[in-house]
Design a protein around this ligand. Structure first.
Ligand code: SF4
Length: 186
């Protein structure tokens, strides 16, 4: 695998991340990865990291009460009984997965609310209704890239954390990184 940090693609991705671009950026990253023979996920991670660095200070300045947390529904186990509503799954706090702990921590820190979503259209609905000033999103890296376009469109300051193990079911998030990201402040 090539070293992305020292490749010319690094500069292109950084430039892309600094722009308020649309889904076109994702296509560009995918094309770039194929052309340069670089692992696509590495480039996508680099994009997310650059976006995070770009917005970290702004995010840190937003009071916890103006922030929301968005979790992917795939963190739930297969036998989760959470009911699906128009704004995502309502965790029943059974404790069979990390979501209960994550939501309790974000509430304790003072976040406005935590949502468990099944896709981008739900995120748009939440942003329209809740009007948060900042959002920490947890998702697979591709969804984080797509999510950054949505947040920028809504003027919401984003931070993204990629899942440790992605896929469509029973994914895994690094709890330490999640707690660190939740508590970013000046
Ligand atoms: S803690 Fe919440 S999300 Fe996790 S399995 Fe229980 S009800 Fe489902």
């Amino acid at each position: 695998m090539k070293n992305v940090e020292n490749s010319p693609s690094m500069g292109i991705i950084k430039k892309l991340a600094k722009l308020r671009v649309s889904e076109i950026a994702l296509e560009k990253i995918e094309r770039l990865a194929v052309k340069a023979g670089i692992d696509e996920n590495q480039l996508l991670n680099l994009y997310v990291e650059t976006k995070n660095n770009l917005y970290r200070k702004k995010f840190a300045n937003v009071p916890f009460s103006d922030r929301i947390l968005i979790l992917p529904q795939c963190l739930r186990p297969k036998d989760c009984h959470a009911q699906l509503t128009e704004l995502g799954y309502e965790c029943e706090k059974c404790g069979n997965c990390e979501i209960k702990k994550i939501i309790e921590r974000s509430n304790k820190i003072g976040y406005k609310k935590a949502y468990i979503v099944s896709g981008g259209s739900m995120v748009k609905k939440i942003l329209t209704l809740e009007r948060p000033k900042a959002c920490l999103g947890i998702a697979c890296v591709k969804e984080l890239v797509l999510g950054s376009f949505i947040f920028e469109k809504f003027g919401v300051v984003p931070q993204g954390l990629a899942l440790l193990k992605d896929g469509c079911v029973e994914t895994v998030v690094d709890m330490n990184s999640l707690l660190t990201s939740l508590q970013i402040k000046t």
